[in-house]
Design a protein around this ligand. Sequence first.
Ligand SMILES: Nc1ncnc2c1ncn2[C@@H]1O[C@H](COP(=O)(O)OP(=O)(O)OP(=O)(O)O)[C@@H](O)[C@H]1O
Length: 270
Amino acid sequence: MHHNPVTITNLSYTYPDGTQALMGINLFIKPGERVALIGANGSGKSTLQYHLNGIILPQEGEVIIGEWVVKPENLREIRNFVGLVFQNPDNQLFMPTVWEDVAFGPMNLGLRDRELKEQVLQAMVAVDIDPEWYGQRNTDNLSGGEKKRVAIAGVLAMKPQVLVFDEPSAQLDPRSRRQLIDLLQTLPLTQLIATHDLDLALELCSRTVVLSRGQIVFDGQTEKVMNDSEFLRAHALEPPLSYSRPYCCIEHAPSYQSRASIQQPVVKNL
Ligand SMILES: Nc1ncnc2c1ncn2[C@@H]1O[C@H](COP(=O)(O)OP(=O)(O)OP(=O)(O)O)[C@@H](O)[C@H]1O
């Protein structure tokens, strides 16, 4: 039987202190789909992602990963299937050297010797870190962006079928961000990418899910939602830079025109 990589039905979750983080979530992701998960701070993105590899177990509703229901006895299979890259790489890196850190996951899966070495090397090359020099570096001494890459390599080295990213572009400089986008674009994996970087969502994901106060308020074409600045603002989001119009032009057309005409000679002199 064919299984979707991610099937979430009627999922609700309340933290022990009473914060209702998710309410009635239904989400189905097909193999190979790249889906952006967007929403304001506190809308529930991380909480939803933690359900995908059993860091949080469902209180109400059901999460199915491939053919496995997320429950304690299936966690091993689920964690082989879903790789989660945390927002903060400090929560992910804990081995002394880069090499040991990237090798930790595949070693846990039972890989040894040549096979292990190959998988680690492949993952490092994918995220553009030089295994020769980098491998021996101490993970504590890396910059934020470097740590992020090592964290991604560690997850890729386990060869998961689903990649779940919490803020992949946070901490990355523009060049590293570009490399990451190119990398994610070439990975033939199902991906769920939680991000505040709506330009990244627009470039990488044809489908976007918008969370607002624990509920899905949109699930559809990325282009469509990014074009709807009114809807985005209603859910405390700002349209991506590449889509934002000069508001003054629409809302205060005359003043925009007069400003433009004042600026024109300056432009010509350049
Ligand atoms: N351990 C916790 N205990 C209690 N409440 C929590 C806990 N973790 C998160 N929450 C609350 O649950 C809600 C959803 O938080 P979550 O971290 O999932 O949001 P998010 O969309 O990932 O936010 P951000 O964009 O800031 O990372 C928020 O109201 C948050 O305050």
